[in-house]
Design a protein around this ligand. Structure first.
Ligand code: PGA
Ligand code: MN
Length: 466
């Protein structure tokens, strides 16, 4: 059985060259993430072109920087902040050191006040605000550490005006013109943040999917609307784990995965999955468990960040993640033989949902080898995948290459390219022929919209022998 959960790799200095990209693809990368918080548009373009040349099937995700507050340059590149000392954040253009640094955001009155907690460097340095005076925030260092240039500053509870920054807007235009398959939106706080980006995507007539990154406390209260508005979700645990109490992250992860499956939206679990592999050839046992547990939670995709972008072992990280996922899935197949025969967790809300539920059930009860579907937009495949049919392959047949690439985010789904079908009676021989060519023999459940040339929703479950 193929691996079902997909792997997203962040591309950076450690992996942007043609040779490394080839190795990542061979190791199992399904989606390449271009992180626009770092690197120039020209650099991302070069990676994009290299990747497309190497593999037309891999999905490419643009990740917009979003309103992340950052400190400026640190003199000499780094400084050690000592517990108990004073640290001053200022909007003035000063070079940073162990006593203070420039911050690239002008706080409004009331944004921060004495007693607030601030975090630098993904939460590794903890500051407590003592006094806010004009352009300066004077803090006491609660937990010290080494601070390097341009690190992020987290201000939990702060809601930054949600309009797209000039940089994000320009990056988005750039990414859409380049032809990215999906766009990730950072620090989403409500459905409107997602819709704003979807509007631009629509205006540019781009089919790119919009991925909402959940990494603010304020997003958690509005999850329903955000998941509804987005095409996919990323549980961005890096910032999320600083913005909310760390101990809530595992629980929030479970809740978001359940919600996304209910709504038929792909969900990515991200950040620090194999963090120690940035510098070590082997992960910790806890990291191996984290990867496996994301699989057990039911995530569609798992993401590598620094491991592949900047680490010493980018390719090994993908290989290790691939192995852990496969083993977890093998166990799951044995342990939970067919989850989908045990009833329908989500009552269908339309014809397509009902047809896909029936397809998943029929496949489980009939022991089908595969569930195939004809899909124009990918929705039918997503609706089938949410049942996580552990023992049954899912094959999406589509005439749209972009939809094929986007399936790289969807659990367990393989794709086959077909030409446009214009007659209903052409479907069955074609599907049979293509599935056989893909090595599928035996009973197959097909979900499709019939009659054909009309672009309607999926309404038919058909059994065929391949
Ligand atoms: P980032 O997003 O890597 O762009 O910060 C992921 C996260 O915050 O976990
Ligand atoms: Mn983030």
């Amino acid at each position: 059985m193929e691996r079902r959960a997909k792997i997203v790799c962040t591309i950076g200095p450690a992996s942007g060259g043609a040779k490394r990209l080839r190795q990542l693809l061979d190791a199992g990368m399904n989606v390449a993430r271009l992180n626009f918080s770092h690197g120039s548009p020209a650099e991302h373009r070069a990676v994009f072109d290299r990747l497309r040349k190497l593999d037309d099937g891999v999905a490419i995700m643009q990740d917009l920087a979003g309103p992340k507050i950052r400190i400026g340059e640190i003199e000499g590149g780094q400084a050690r902040l000592r517990e108990g000392g004073v640290f001053v954040l200022t909007t003035k253009a000063v070079a940073g050191n162990a006593e203070g640094a420039h911050v690239d955001y002008r706080f409004r009155p009331g944004d921060v006040k004495a007693g607030d907690d601030l975090y630098l460097s993904d939460g590794s340095i903890h500051l407590k605000v003592e006094r806010v005076a004009g352009r300066e925030i004077r803090c006491r260092i609660v937990d010290g550490g080494v601070l390097t240039s341009r690190k992020g500053l987290n201000v939990p509870r702060l809601r930054i005006g949600s309009s797209l920054s000039a940089k994000d807007a320009a990056d988005l235009e750039f990414g859409l013109a380049m032809g990215v398959d999906c766009v990730a939106v950072s620090f989403v706080t409500c459905a409107a943040d997602v819709r704003r980006v979807k509007r631009v995507v629509g205006q540019r007539k781009s089919p790119a999917l919009v991925v909402a990154k959940i990494e603010k406390e304020s997003a958690l209260g509005r999850l329903d609307g955000i998941v509804e508005a987005a095409d996919a979700i990323m549980i961005a645990r890096g910032d999320l784990g600083v913005e909310i109490a760390l101990e809530r992250v595992p629980v929030v992860q479970k809740e978001i995965v359940v919600l996304c499956r209910e709504k038929g939206k792909p969900v990515i679990v991200a950040t620090q999955m194999l963090e120690s592999m940035t510098a070590s050839e082997r992960p910790t046992r806890a990291e191996a468990s984290d990867v496996a547990n994301a699989v057990f939670d039911g995530a569609d995709a798992l993401m590598l960040s620094a491991e592949t972008a900047a680490g010493t072992f980018p390719v090994e990280s993908v290989c290790v993640m691939d192995r852990i996922i496969r083993e977890a899935e093998r166990w799951e197949r044995r342990a939970l033989q067919d989850e989908c025969s045990s009833g329908l967790p989500w009552p269908p809300r339309d014809l397509a949902e009902a047809a896909c539920a029936a397809a998943a059930r029929t496949a489980a009860s009939s022991g089908a080898r595969a569930i195939a579907c004809l899909t124009r937009t990918g929705r039918t495949a997503r609706l089938i995948a949410r049942y996580r049919p552990a023992a049954t392959r899912i094959v999406a047949l589509t005439d749209d290459r972009r939809v094929m690439r986007q399936m790289n985010l969807v659990w367990g789904t393989e794709t086959i390219h077909i030409d446009r079908i214009d007659r209903t009676d052409a479907i069955f021989p074609l599907v049979k022929e293509r599935l056989r060519a893909a090595g599928i023999r035996g009973l197959v459940v097909l979900a499709a919209g019939i009659p054909i040339p009309e672009k309607g929703s999926t309404n038919t479950v058909h059994l065929l022998k391949c």
